[in-house]
Design a protein around this ligand. Structure first.
Ligand code: CMC
Length: 427
């Protein structure tokens, strides 16, 4: 197929301008408007970027109409069912799944890099006990950049990978410490004998000395099914193309700042309720509703045009069909029902909301389906993870995506500083 173009005509002056249409390998094509201002003296206007492709990328693909998500071309369903989070990290960073030996080496390196400098550990003491772990996490990741000045100027592939492995490996430790600090209890150091996900659960749950809670039947060790469930949650969160926090990470990357500061900015962007903070809000909302008989009144409030109230865990800018990650989590939730202590009252309230929303004109006409955050909270609750750690869990999973996007941005010779313009309507 020859070059395709689009011609725009200014209906006042009659001038016409022709722009190339760039072909994608999947999904919509893109009109290349990079010379639009130079050609016309006008800007394009797209607040919230609803029609804007902000970059070219080879990492993640979403088809929102079909409800499809792929990392490096591989469907999310395949990754969630057949591969681990460590394999997914390797895939995102290296554009292919690892061979056995490569996975072993990668996994070992991630285990060994999980420790934090003692100076960084002392930073936590400066924060109040009731600090939200997301705030502490963002601050600690910025502080991490002070220990690795050499990550600003990188040219070789090994340098990029070392920088990426370091942050992927340390993020669970930083998050677990943020949580333990919020409770005022001593930190549990990482254990190189444990894999990524089990290590995180241990750092979160263990008592000083490394022992787990003692129940009526002895020590309550972490179950294999718990590790698998959390590992799947990490995989489902690993990347999501140009979402709000990734756009922030790329924006900071565009100024030439340290990569860990860019990740810290991404963490801050993720915290909001419209984005990653929704998982905490979903459970808070379910707890607030409390019982199935209160759901109808609650839905009335959501639909009231004079009320800003939103149903948390519903709707998505890109998915106008079921979020494929939500489908996987819903199945996982059903499997776990038999084996873990899922909160039946919360589940009943959630099921009723889901049933109403999927059949109600308000939600159908606006294509509002449950998203990943609607289901993750119930599973995380069953894993004994407190609400305040739900968004940090999202951070742990997403760090690999952010850093992969950061590297792609840096290597793209067409990258420029992010500097949009405005429609000025002031005095
Ligand atoms: N509850 C009730 N109404 C909603 C909701 C909701 N959760 N989401 C959107 N709407 C309505 C909205 O009021 C608007 O209605 P109208 O046309 O009458 O004005 C219409 O749907 C379109 O909404 P929008 O705000 O223009 O859509 P958007 O694409 O800009 O926003 C969203 C996407 C995710 C911010 C939004 O759906 C939302 O706030 N959802 C709740 C928070 C949430 O679950 N966020 C997690 C997203 S998935 C994980 C992640 O990306 O982090």
């Amino acid at each position: 197929m020859g070059k395709q173009t689009m011609t725009l005509t200014n209906n006042i002056t009659g001038d016409s301008y022709t722009y190339d249409i760039l072909q994608s390998t999947r999904g919509p094509s893109v009109v290349d408007l990079r010379t639009f201002f130079r050609d016309t003296g006008m800007f394009t206007f797209d607040p919230g970027y609803t029609s804007t492709a902000s970059c070219e990328s080879k990492i993640t693909f979403i088809d929102g109409a079909k409800g499809e998500l792929r990392y490096r071309g591989i469907p999310i369903e395949k990754l969630a069912l057949e591969h681990s989070y460590m394999e997914t990290c390797y895939l995102l960073l290296n554009s292919r799944l690892p061979k056995d030996r490569e996975l072993r080496d990668f996994d070992l390196e991630i285990r060994h890099r999980a420790y934090l400098h003692t100076g960084l550990c002392q930073l936590y003491d400066a924060f109040p006990d009731n600090a939200h772990p997301m705030a502490t996490l963002s601050a600690a990741v910025t502080a991490l950049s002070t220990f690795y000045n050499d990550h600003i100027e990188m040219n070789r592939e090994e340098e990029y990978l070392e920088m990426a492995h370091r942050i992927i490996s340390k993020i669970p430790t930083i998050a677990a410490f943020a949580y333990r600090h919020s409770l005022g209890i001593p930190f549990i150091q990482p254990d190189i004998a444990l894999g990524f996900t089990e290590n995180f659960l241990t750092m979160l749950r263990a008592y000083p000395g490394g022992k787990m809670r003692i129940g009526p039947y002895g020590e309550e060790k972490i179950k294999e099914i718990e590790i698998k469930a959390l590992d799947t949650i990490f995989t489902l969160h690993a990347d999501h193309e140009q979402n709000a926090s990734t756009t922030v990470v790329r924006g900071v990357a565009s100024t030439g700042a340290h990569p860990y500061v860019a990740i810290s900015a991404g963490i801050s962007a993720l915290w909001g309720r419209a984005h990653g903070g929704a998982n905490e809000s979903v459970i808070a909302q379910l707890e607030y509703i409390g019982s199935v008989d209160r759901v109808d009144d609650f839905i009335k409030r959501v639909k009231d045009p004079n009320d800003d109230f939103r149903l948390m865990g519903f709707g998505h800018r890109v998915y106008k069909n079921f979020d494929p990650r939500a489908k996987i989590l819903k199945k996982l939730q059903d499997q776990l029902k038999e084996e873990l202590d899922l909160d039946s009252e919360l589940m009943a309230v959630a099921s009723r909301i889901e049933e109403i929303a999927l059949n109600d004109e308000y939600f159908i006409s606006r294509n509002l389906y449950p998203n990943i955050d609607f289901y993750s909270g119930i599973i995380l609750t069953a894993l004994k993870i407190p609400k305040s750690m739900f968004t940090p869990i999202f951070v742990i999973g997403r760090t690999v995506g952010w850093i992969t996007q950061w590297i792609e941005f840096k290597k793209d010779r067409a990258s420029k500083i992010a500097r949009p313009r405005q429609l000025y309507t002031g005095d």
